[in-house]
Ligand binder design. Structure first.
Ligand code: AMP
Length: 211
């Protein structure tokens, strides 16, 4: 079984896109805390109702809630995971290693990218509500307008928290939390860094060299 992979990067740095490439080409399971939370909102569970406003405003949900959701949805004994969107701060990084990964082998990869590129990437991001495939109105249009190439679903969505004012909020939170997280993984010898401002293919090649 592959080592687990913890992907860290700003919103729009391409973590989700690269994770789905790895899932289709390698033996990985992709677990995204953003996706898990959005699924709770869609199902209108108590948890979903509790977190929907927080997510729409671009703030972070509490560490304990997200950790619990992660614990409920992982089967670490049998599967190798890509953790996407968790950790978001050093407290979560520590929770992830102490409560979930424990002695399992893993590597943390930081998707380093210039902040100016991010806003344009995120506000132009669209995704398929059916299969989760990600598109971009500038760099990765679907072959037919508004139709998902992967599953054929008609009607791609623009996430509420991908609008410019909320994106700025999310990036500010990211900037505040990133360095302590990188220091944490550096100190335990788990950190690798890739240049995520490159094309999707080049970034994927860099990622393959690490895992
Ligand atoms: P994402 O899809 O990873 O961009 O996450 C979307 C939103 O879900 C974030 O802006 C947060 O509100 C929430 N969220 C996702 N993952 C976490 C996490 N690890 N900790 C706290 N909030 C999270």
């Amino acid at each position: 079984m592959n080592s687990h992979l913890v992907v860290i990067g700003a919103p729009g740095s391409g973590k989700g896109t690269q994770a789905s490439k790895l899932v289709s080409e390698r033996l990985y399971n992709h677990i995204s805390t953003g996706d898990l939370l959005r699924a709770e909102i869609k199902k209108q569970t108590d948890l979903g109702l509790k977190v929907s406003k927080i997510i729409e405003s671009g703030q972070l949900v509490s560490d304990d809630i997200v950790m619990e959701l992660l614990l409920q949805n992982c089967d670490l004994k049998n599967k190798a995971y890509i953790f996407d969107g968790f950790p978001r701060n050093v407290e979560q990084a520590s929770m992830l290693s102490k409560q979930l990964l424990k002695n399992s082998p893993y590597v943390a990869v930081y998707f380093k990218i210039d902040q100016d590129l991010l806003i344009s990437r995120i506000v132009n991001r669209r995704s398929c509500p059916n299969c989760g495939e990600i598109y971009n109105l500038i760099s990765k249009l679907p072959s037919a307008p508004d139709r998902c190439d992967k599953c054929g679903h008609l009607g791609l969505t623009h996430r509420k928290d991908d609008h410019k004012d909320i994106v700025e909020n999310r990036l500010e939170i990211f900037t505040k939390n990133i360095q302590p997280m990188l220091d944490y993984y550096q100190a335990i010898g788990k950190l690798s860094i890739i240049d995520a401002s490159e094309s999707e293919e080049k970034t994927f090649t860099s990622l393959l060299k690490i895992i």
